[in-house]
Ligand binder design. Sequence first.
Ligand code: AMP
Ligand code: MG
Length: 416
Amino acid sequence: VITVEDHLGRILAETQALGSETLPLAEAVGRCLTEPVLARNPVPPWTNSAMDGYAVRHEDVAAAGAGDPVGLKVVADIPAGSGRVPDLGPGETARIMTGAPVPPGADTVVPQELTDQGEGVVRIFEAPAAGRHVRHAGEDRETGERIAGSGTVLTPETLASIASAGAGEVTVAVLPRVAVISTGDELVDPGDSLAPGQIPDSNGLLVSLIARESGASVSTDRAGDAPGELGRVIDRHAGESDVLVLTGGVSVGAFDPVKTLFEGGDSVRFDRVAMQPGKPQAFGRIGDAGPLVFGLPGNPVSAWVSFQMFVRPALRKMQGLDALVPDPVPARAGEDWKTPEGRAQVIPVRINDTAAGREVRPAASGGSGSHLIASLAGADGYALVDAAVDAVRAGDRVLTVRLRDPEQFNHQRSRP
Ligand code: AMP
Ligand code: MG
């Protein structure tokens, strides 16, 4: 029997980031930068007007008042996008639109509301403070300043920032290709009517969708319990996958095809991990350079827990992410539940976050039960109970991870 930490350690030691590819910005949301992005141009790229109005030399208008307006000669109109901008001499102004370049010589923009909006000559009724309504080149970022660091997960906001700084593409980690293969003669497609002994293949759906949520591109397949069949299904996927996730068939039953197929070889090892659920685990690689293989137990809650604990960190490492495991949040148990001594428990829970802190209760009324797949729908996350604990009592402290919590990797998140 090995610990959860040891099993995960072996997996991560065998897992490498997959390398990089360059993508247009619009296709890169959610992806992880493998190189820092530096500003190629200042942001803003040139000094421009924050208002529709008149670009002026402040000294020309400093004395303006409502009863004593200053008249300036309008020598140009400068719309946004204007490439040709005149120099302003003393006594001159240019009508200017928001976002248009401020002409050399001008240092201040008078909003049009403070003028008579004249076209040949404009009368200014009030002087804004010197330098007002001018956005300076580089005031947000200078050329060469860092926009986003390596390891940044690209959000729409970050991508817009990168666009503003002059890049049209980014270099990001390649996504892992995952083949999810369910095993079991009893499995049928969701929605198919069930002959005696059959059950819907819920793992294929569950594991492929959470793998996709974890950033992988996913294909799905299924094999019966004849080992030859599993071997053929694996061959179909091995060449174009980085990871194979098999569910079912890893324990010591007479018809456990994953065990039968790999047993005796040295490429995939079978371990008993001190975890509940999810004790039988298989992990290895096909050949020397083939895909990683995870053999997860078939009970759906076991497969789900195993994915969270072992597969997801590996998929994150492949994507170049720094934070591989979530930062668990302490919580109080809202009721008693059973937990095995000597094995870490990972139990689906409902989470109630209140001002007084987080309280959790098992998502399934029976407590832990690796077959209670319908109850998994009620889980907001999972609780982690230490291996040394032999019973959880209401009020005890446990650690928890909320599913899809945007803050769950916060302690390690890299920021620009
Ligand atoms: P196994 O690990 O193959 O012995 O399967 C353990 C339990 O999980 C059995 O009750 C299986 O019927 C069930 N099971 C295995 N694979 C799946 C699957 N893909 N979907 C739902 N249940 C499964
Ligand atoms: Mg089976």
